[in-house]
Design a protein around this ligand. Structure first.
Ligand SMILES: NC(=O)C1=CN([C@@H]2O[C@H](COP(=O)(O)OP(=O)(O)OC[C@H]3O[C@@H](n4cnc5c(N)ncnc54)[C@H](O)[C@@H]3O)[C@@H](O)[C@H]2O)C=CC1
Ligand SMILES: O=C(O)CCC(=O)C(=O)O
Length: 410
């Protein structure tokens, strides 16, 4: 049985951007949510501020920047869904302060990225991008010079998380020797070896592939100084985030022949729409594979992501569960039958839980079940009660100082 929610389901508005997969709409429809505004593209900032005003849920991919400024216009927003892995396009701290959990799909496109990178390694080791460009221009350079098998070559992976470790496995199956650098100690899969320093990895590997998230520690991580540490003639791949690499320094290294080939899927500035021209100092190189941020763009990945993130929306809307939210205390909740469920999100201050519980003492209402999780900023408490008049309880809970938002589920 589908749980009833505080608002009539038809009044709960979903704003879905950037052409998220049909599976997201199917999942929402199956759960009884029909009020969906769907856009194939990202919205311009002003359009976004207008569209988000009455949205309860927003779904986006990597092109929509949900800044603190945009979030201020989101008066009704209950949750954000990133239909991708990266969540750097959302101001997670601002969202949390507003009591808005942000969900993503942490591994639905992992395999797609790893497969693309593997394909690029094979092509670059054989100089295929350059040969392809030359033949398209009518040039015929049949040569084995500088063309290599990948078997026995050293692959250096920076960031050994979901994607890095998946790549490690499939690269080993082709006979490559895998090394990685990560700020955390990671379990090496197969025969892979973790190296103690980035410099050691850069200077010893034939191929370097980046798989770190965008954050303060990775901004311009690969700058001119790091590029100088690369092995002469190496191959360089970035399918992580554009901000991780100094693109001018990379262009210089390609110009000088230090790097023999590269594959770049992500850029410091990416066009906001298909109509915008892509500008980059890398465009002129035949030995560079340039792709428009499509590492995770396969039918399989997009379908899985659509279902996964939309299911998290449904779970939070129907049931209050925040499991796997990236910026929010995680609470996994059972179904509530025969009770009303009150959700209370508050600033994490001493004494606030006492005040919440005092409401139930004053009203002489028995708490059937209570779930609480906190992080340093906020607390999220869920209370199941057996009463007909849960609205007056909600009203009192709202008045408690430090309350960020409340909701009731029937
Ligand atoms: N091109 C595309 O379409 C796609 C790009 N991505 C990007 O790939 C990134 C990685 O994805 P996952 O592997 O799923 O993430 P993950 O979170 O599973 O792994 C990231 C790894 O990087 C490590 N790390 C973090 N900071 C580091 C630093 N300064 N130095 C070395 N290691 C560091 C972490 O410890 C972790 O092991 C995502 O954050 C996203 O930005 C993800 C999917 C698709
Ligand atoms: O599919 C997208 O729009 C972005 C993919 C990506 O970069 C991610 O999942 O982090």
């Amino acid at each position: 049985m589908t749980a009833k929610v505080s608002l009539d389901k038809s009044k709960i508005k979903f704003l879905l951007l950037e052409g998220v997969h049909q599976s997201a709409l199917d999942t929402l429809h199956a759960a009884g949510y029909t009020n969906i505004e769907y856009h194939k593209k990202a919205l311009e900032p002003e359009e976004l501020k207008e569209a988000i005003k009455d949205a309860h849920f927003i779904g986006l991919r990597s092109r929509t920047n949900l800044t603190a400024d945009v979030l201020e216009h989101a008066h009704k927003l209950i949750a954000v869904g990133c239909f991708c892995i990266g969540t750097n396009q959302v101001d997670l701290i601002a969202a949390e302060k507003l009591g808005i959990p942000v969900f993503n799909a942490p591994f639905s496109n992992t395999r797609s990225v790893a497969e693309l990178v593997l394909g690029e390694i094979l092509l670059l080791m054989r100089n295929i991008p350059k040969a392809n460009a030359q033949v398209h221009r009518g040039e015929w350079n049949k040569s084995a010079v500088g063309s290599h098998e990948v078997r026995g070559k050293k692959l250096g992976i920076i960031g050994y998380g979901h994607i890095g470790s998946q790549l490690s496995i499939i690269a080993e199956s082709l006979g490559m020797n895998v090394y990685f650098y990560d700020i955390e100690t990671k379990l090496p899969l197969g025969n892979a070896q973790q190296l103690g320093s980035l410099q050691e990895l850069l200077s010893s590997c034939d191929i370097i592939s980046l798989h770190v998230p965008e954050n303060a520690s990775t901004k311009n991580m690969i700058n001119a100084e790091r590029i100088a540490q690369l092995k002469q003639d190496c191959i360089f791949i970035n399918a992580a985030r554009g901000t991780v690499v100094d693109i001018d320094a990379l262009a210089q290294a390609l110009e000088s022949g230090k790097i023999r080939g590269a594959a770049i899927d992500v850029f410091p500035q990416e066009p906001a729409s298909a109509g915008e021209v892509f500008e980059s100092p890398l465009r002129k190189f035949d030995n560079v594979i340039l792709t428009p941020h499509i590492g995770g763009s396969t039918s399989e990945a997009q379908e899985n992501i659509g279902t996964e993130v939309a299911s998290k929306f449904v779970k939070y809307s129907d049931n209050g569960s925040t499991l796997s939210a990236v910026n929010f205390p995680e609470v996994s909740l059972p179904e509530h039958h025969g009770t009303k469920r009150l959700l209370h999100i508050h600033a994490n201050r001493p004494g606030i839980l006492n005040k919440i519980n005092q409401v139930f003492v004053d009203e002489n209402i028995n708490i059937a079940a209570q779930y609480l999780q906190t992080d340093p900023q906020i607390g999220y408490v869920v209370i199941d009660v057996e009463t007909e008049d849960a609205h007056s309880l909600l009203h009192r809970l709202k008045e408690i100082e430090g309350t960020i938002r409340t909701r009731i589920l029937y």
